[in-house]
Design a binder for this molecule. Structure first.
Ligand code: NAP
Length: 757
């Protein structure tokens, strides 16, 4: 249970009022909304020994003392500034230069000077005009908080709490000054960011100044229309929300536009151009352009909502705490479809975008990684509707229809996406940059960049071949033959995708079989892929044709339920539309060899991929020596297969699975530790594990080490346990298998959760 905000507030107040003031004496010049609010916050949270206020209206300063906003009212700027170790200018932007002229003669050498103005280049220009230079003790600032009210009566010590404050110190600014000012603003409850003056003005021009200009202009235009009374009388909620900011102080805004002229003009020009484009699209009846712009904007807005609610676009689940609480026993019954395959979800968007015509995707996995891929194509001008309940409609632009994105393409945590995009973008006519989250930014991309360079691509990486990848457009690619040193489906797919654009034939030979979803889906889109033993090749210059894709359910997700229904007594479960790609079915082969009762029904091929329904019933499993040729085909499914082995009669031995030790966790050790916590002894070997089945599975607490597959495997184990099991750190499950908890409950697994989601 999160603690109530009130509680945090009380802790903050107690902490803040107990400490030493950050400044001895602060002079606030201009006691309006912002100056008054900062003064009262400094008093309330004891951030300054004494707060002195000056305003050009003496009665406002006197009122400040009366209202408890300041300690002392100064009668002149001189009186306020002398003896103060911080001076805060909180006057309107247009008054800045005149006030600086009054301050300058009395400013002590070591006193800091800051301001709260909404534009920063103009403040720096005023300082330079008055001081002849920008002193190291001057640190411009801007709180991103306010209201439509003004004047000292509107002062509120909580105005800045949970808001941002931007400081724009020059490189020459004294570091101790920046840190004291940061401490002061943080003491008011704000979060402090630092950036350059120019960047501040650009960002604010786009995010604050332009919206205000549009609101003022729109309300003014409509108020001038003949039917203005009706317009305002019937104005819907949306209009009211959208134009609320047109009620802001006209004088302050006139200041802001004049003082941030250049940045505002740039963003107005950009906006006017885009508005013109929409106008032309409407005039020409060009629905495709409207749909593309609107769906891209809708997705971007959803992205902002997430950011505004404190989540990143790609949610960092490790910040959340979720625990699975499992009751022992139960049986597993029903008819379910688990979420779509991630590899195929990514590829369906990529190929759909490059195809001619419309591609409709069903069963799309709405995980954060595949959503990032989807957004990246929207950023390159592709209209994509959805996703809604796994349904996505992609308006393909053809092999050469992508447009230059406005900024870097952000791919979240997805290594697959980054490697596949590198291949696709290497031959586009425009430059592009691929970036990702912190963990993706640590992964080496040389494995794809090197062979792509051999084809003629120009790619820059950060140190050690890591992201961001900067891809230079307009290169002519030529097909190569590549012998992969290490088996990798991602590298193979990347080169084949680049090969679609290369002159001649591009072929890749793999040292061991890897997933072949790209080859199959290319075929599904009508692009011939030649297969000769371990070599796959494509000839550049062809085209893709859009169609319908029903993304098969992910066999790796189905695996938990295959084991669950096998080990729980009296179970009978049907799993619909499961992907049966031969490179992925190891789990079925192994379970069947252990005696599982899995019936494969309705086998069919969809979009080049084999698919089937699976009916699983309880069975008495027996231990086996897992055939080594099945290991690569079931590599992700071993955690749950270990649970099957613990419930089987006799010994199960796994060898040749070193790779399991370097997955999201050391899956062999973590599973062995978890089993031991439940009283099941195993023997860990360097490349596998030995599990003697038939031991009693007890209750207890298991650490999943934030590995989603470990969490779900122990959830399955509860079906045969004799006591409750608590599984820690399960937040990541929601990313790889959205809806796992609900589906598990629906089939009879006794799961509940605890924690902050
Ligand atoms: P405000 O409520 O109008 O306060 C400004 C105060 O400064 C008024 O009391 C004004 O007195 C006084 N003043 C004007 N010229 C002066 C001078 N030459 N010497 C001394 N005092 C003088 O305005 P505010 O909203 O606090 O805005 C102050 C600054 O904060 C502006 O630079 C603005 O850009 C910035 N800011 C505002 C917001 C917001 O949402 N309001 C948000 C962030 C930053 P009079 O009443 O006699 O004019």
């Amino acid at each position: 249970m999160p603690l109530p905000r009130r509680w945090y507030q009380r802790v903050r107040e107690a902490e803040l009022t107990a400490r030493e003031p950050v400044f001895r004496r602060v002079a606030v010049i201009g006691l309006g909304l912002i100056g008054g609010s900062l003064a009262s916050a400094m008093r309330k949270y004891r951030l300054a020994g004494t707060v002195v206020g000056f305003d050009r209206k003496a009665e406002d300063a006197a009122l400040g003392v009366e209202l408890g906003v300041i300690d002392e009212a100064a009668e002149s700027v001189e009186q306020a500034v002398q003896g103060s170790d911080l001076i805060v200018l909180a006057v309107p932007v247009r008054a800045t230069r005149a006030v600086l002229e009054q301050v300058q003669p009395f400013l002590a050498e070591d006193a800091l000077l800051t301001d709260v103005g909404s534009t920063k280049s103009s403040f720096v220009a005023d300082v330079e005009a008055v001081f002849g230079t920008l002193p190291a003790t001057v640190i411009p600032g801007h709180p991103i908080a306010g209201s439509e009210k003004s004047g000292i009566r509107a002062a509120n010590p909580e105005l800045f709490a949970h808001h941002k404050v931007i400081l724009t110190p020059a490189d020459s600014a004294i570091p101790s000054g920046v840190s004291r000012l940061t401490a002061l603003w943080e003491g008011t409850g704000a979060t402090v960011l630092t950036m350059s003056v120019a960047y501040h003005d650009e960002v604010l021009a786009a995010t604050s100044h332009l919206p205000h200009l549009i609101a003022f202009s729109l309300v003014d235009t409509l108020a001038g229309e003949d039917e203005n009374m009706d317009i305002f009388r019937y104005a819907a909620g949306g209009f009211r929300d959208f134009t609320r900011i047109a009620a802001s102080d006209p004088v302050m805004w006139h200041d802001i536009f004049l003082s941030n002229r250049d940045a505002v003009l740039r963003v107005i020009d950009h906006f006017t151009q885009d508005l013109d484009q929409l106008r032309s699209a409407i005039a020409a009846g060009d629905g495709a352009t409207l749909l593309r712009v609107f769906s891209r904007a809708k997705a971007a807005r959803e992205h902002f909502s997430k950011m505004l609610s404190g989540q990143a676009y790609v949610t960092n689940n490790s910040d959340k705490q979720v625990t699975f609480l499992m009751q022992p026993g139960g049986s597993v019954r029903g008819d379910i479809r688990v979420p779509g395959d991630k590899s195929m979800s990514h590829r369906s968007i990529m190929l759909g975008a490059l195809a001619e015509g419309i591609t409709e995707v069903k069963g799309f996995l709405e995980g954060e990684d595949s959503l990032a891929t989807l957004q990246a194509f929207r950023d390159m001008g592709v209209t994509i509707e959805g996703p809604e309940d796994g349904f996505v409609r992609i308006h393909g632009v053809g092999m050469n229809g992508l447009q230059a994105p406005r900024g870097p393409l952000y791919l979240g945590n997805s290594g697959t996406a980054m490697r596949l995009f590198a291949g696709l973008l290497a031959a586009q006519p425009f430059d592009s940059e691929l970036s990702g989250d912190t963990s993706l930014s640590k992964r080496p991309m040389g494995r794809v960049a090197d062979p792509l360079r051999a084809m003629g691509a120009v790619i820059d990486t950060a140190e050690g071949g890591r992201p961001p990848l900067k891809i230079r457009g307009g290169q002519h690619l030529t097909g190569i033959h590549y012998d992969m040193p290490v088996a990798s489906a991602q590298v193979k797919s990347c080169l084949l995708l680049a090969g679609l654009y290369a002159e001649g034939v591009t072929s890749v030979t793999e040292p061991a079989p890897t997933r072949d979803h790209t080859e199959r889906m290319l075929q599904g889109f009508g692009y011939h892929v030649h297969r000769d033993g371990a070599t796959a090749s494509v000839t550049g210059g062809g085209k893709l044709t859009g169609g319908a894709i029903d993304v098969p359910a992910d066999i790796s997700s189905a695996a938990f339920f295959l084991v669950a229904a096998s080990i729980a007594p009296d179970s009978d479960l049907t799993l619909r539309h499961v992907g049966m790609n031969p490179t992925r079915v190891g789990v079925i082969n192994i379970l069947r060899q252990m005696g599982a009762d899995i019936e494969v029904l309705e086998e069919r091929v969809i979009g080049g991929e084999p698919v089937a329904d699976l009916r699983v019933r309880s069975a008495s499993l027996k231990g086996i020596d897992i055939p080594e040729d099945q290991v690569p085909l079931a590599i992700d499914e071993f955690p749950v297969l270990f649970i099957a082995a613990a419930c089987a009669e006799g010994r199960t031995v796994l060898r040749g699975a070193e790779e399991l030790r370097v997955k999201e966790s050391d899956r062999i050790q973590v599973m062995a530790d978890g089993l031991a916590a439940l009283g099941v002894e195993t023997t860990v070997t360097p490349d596998g594990i030995i599990i003697d089945g038939g031991q009693t599975i007890g209750g207890g607490t298991v650490e999943s080490h934030e590995d989603h597959r470990i969490s779900m495997s122990f959830a399955v184990a509860s079906l045969r346990a004799n006591g409750p099991i608590r599984i820690n750190d399960c937040a990541n499950v929601a990313t790889s298998f959205p809806g796992f908890v609900e589906l598990a409950k629906q089939t009879g697994i006794q799961i509940s959760t605890e924690g902050v989601q």
